[in-house]
Design a protein around this ligand. Structure first.
Ligand SMILES: [Zn+2]
Length: 374
């Protein structure tokens, strides 16, 4: 019974509502057919009531023998076994691994979108930097209780002086750009590609910050800048960098929200390494890919649960859930590939190292792409 969809034989599925022709595909049916053998729609000619409609929806999604429930249970309780069952042909009982992972990535993405954790980082942004210069004035008004406190304050003052120095030097350059932008830009010829690019970047950042260039076309008209792609790309980059400097926290949130979807490019690539490590096993590349989809799905589930637990109980459980995942992954590899402990541990360490390296490269690519499209 558990291997095929079960259906009630009462209500709209009762014998009195069975037809002799499938309402979905027109295939001739027998009254004893619970389903159409051609398209597998339930054999019922009863008109749907609102109750039937919702009953069908909820029984499909939440009932004990629903695909979702079975997939979740198998994934959580039997590491690696769900992949084994799925690739050996037991498919109807479980949700498609790709669709399952995609749904979890969307849930995780939505959570990250509403996560304002990194918004506090915006206080490091350029919008709030000006306040640092005002502290010096405040410091003069304070009476100190003892010597060490005074020293501490003086040390802090030094760093403010340093900031002030840097600030002055920056504003010197800014004013040389702003006093005659047209001339300044024409002078940028530079020796090498990078020097020229860097000077142009500084130029655009300055004019964007001072609100004199709302978009590339404005600066073309205003400063007589040649409309070549090098200038356009530099303008785009400068615009993004100004925005990131203003609100770095918001930028970090944007990147984190992109990561769940980056896994879809990442896993097919990573699976090639799993395939290489287990090349003597009879599994195909697709089998390894499904294995990595299942494990990634479990990671998303743990991250989502951890996020909820953190939010509800106001504690940090990320480390604990990652530890659970580390152990789960080992069990999954043991069960799916069925090799000894030593072999599994060696491959486990190797694959995790590869995963970490590829992950870092992937994150750098995501950040670079985000900077240009921000
Ligand atoms: Zn049919």
């Amino acid at each position: 019974m558990e291997n095929r969809p079960t259906i009630k034989t009462t209500g709209r599925y009762g014998l009195q509502y069975r037809g002799v022709k499938c309402l979905n595909c027109g295939h001739p049916l027998d009254l004893s057919d619970k389903y159409c053998p051609n398209c597998s729609q339930a054999n019922s000619i009863k008109k749907l009531t609102i109750r039937d409609f919702f009953e069908e929806f909820f029984s499909n999604v939440f009932s004990y023998d629903s695909k979702l429930f079975q997939t979740l249970a198998a994934l959580l309780l039997k590491p690696g076994k769900i992949t084994k069952a799925y690739i050996s042909g037991k498919r109807l009982s479980y949700t498609n691994p790709f669709r399952f992972l995609l749904s979890l990535a969307i849930i995780y993405f939505l959570m990250m979108e509403y996560n304002s954790e990194f918004d506090t980082w915006n206080k490091f942004g350029s919008e709030n930097q000006a306040t640092a210069f005002n502290i010096k004035n405040e410091l003069n008004k304070i009476e100190f209780e003892n010597e060490s406190e005074r020293k501490e304050a003086l040390a802090a003052l030094d760093s403010i002086k340093f900031n002030e120095f840097i600030g002055n030097r920056l504003s010197e350059r800014d004013s040389s750009i702003l006093s005659n932008p047209k001339k300044y830009f024409q002078k940028i010829k530079g020796n090498g590609f990078f020097e020229r690019y860097g000077s142009k970047l500084e130029f655009f950042k300055t004019v964007i910050k001072k609100d004199t260039a709302y978009n590339f076309e404005t600066s073309v008209a205003k400063y007589g800048i040649p409309q070549i792609s090098e200038n356009k790309i530099t303008y785009r980059l400068a615009h993004s960098l100004v925005e990131i400097e203003k609100r770095p926290g918001t930028f970090i949130s944007t990147i984190l929200a992109k990561l769940p979807f980056a896994t879809f490019f990442f896993l097919p690539f990573f699976s090639m390494f799993i395939w290489l490590v287990y090349i003597r096993k009879k599994y195909t590349y697709t089998d390894h890919l499904i294995f990595s989809f299942h494990n990634q799905s479990l990671l998303f589930i743990l991250l989502i649960v951890s996020y909820l637990v953190n939010a509800i109980f106001n504690i940090e459980t990320d480390g604990l859930f990652l530890l659970i995942f580390a152990f789960y992954l080992y069990k999954a590899m043991r069960n799916f590939y069925q090799q000894g402990r030593v072999k599994t541990i060696i491959k486990y360490v190797f694959l995790n190292t590869i995963f970490f390296i590829l992950g870092c490269i992937g994150i750098i690519i995501v950040i670079a792409a985000s900077v240009f499209t921000y």
